[in-house]
Design a protein around this ligand. Structure first.
Ligand code: OFO
Length: 170
């Protein structure tokens, strides 16, 4: 059995991952509305990834006999003023999720829940990559996004991103 506090934190993390998916879907919609379909695609993939993260945690909880406690997902309510804002918001959001994963990891360490630590190792690595990818996109937008041709090329590049299911066996 999992430690009850760890089980609760993981349950809350499911909600955070699904909320991330919802936020990124809203960002994707914003770009599609503005004819930047490559950016839209990039965020569509991000949406799929976050849902997959939530499902991994759900599977882990199921494997450990923990009841899944699904909660309400708040509606995204941000009105973006320019094409850079969602990118910055996504980067900030990834840092928030990293901190949240780290908190669960720290608690698992405290109660000697080595199984959960091992499970979360994948998420720790993934968050490092997510932050890096998100930061990289912000920087590339700063370099190219304010010029129409640069924006067009960046959008074309982002159109080729595809979703790959997480490589993690539970
Ligand atoms: Fe779930 O990785 Fe981003 O937030």
């Amino acid at each position: 059995m999992l430690n009850p506090k760890i089980a609760k934190m993981l349950n809350d993390q499911v909600n955070k991952e699904l909320h991330s998916s919802y936020l990124y879907l809203d960002m994707a919609n914003y770009y599609y509305d503005n004819n930047l379909n490559g950016f839209g695609n990039w965020f569509d993939v991000q949406t799929e990834e976050e849902k997959a993260h939530g499902m991994l945690i759900i599977q882990y909880l199921r494997n450990n006999g923990i009841k899944i406690d699904l909660k309400e997902i708040p509606a995204p309510d941000v009105k973006y003023k320019n094409f850079k804002e969602p990118l910055d918001a996504a980067f900030e959001h990834e840092k928030y999720i990293t901190a949240s994963i780290n908190e669960i990891y720290a608690e698992a360490y405290l109660v000697k829940d080595f199984r959960t630590m091992q499970f979360l190792d994948w998420f720790v690595k993934e968050q490092g990559e997510e932050e890096q990818t998100s930061d990289d996109l912000c920087k590339r937008f700063e370099m190219f996004g304010n010029d129409p041709k640069g924006l067009y090329l960046l959008d074309s590049e982002l159109a080729s991103r595809t979703f790959e299911a997480p490589d993690l066996t539970l």
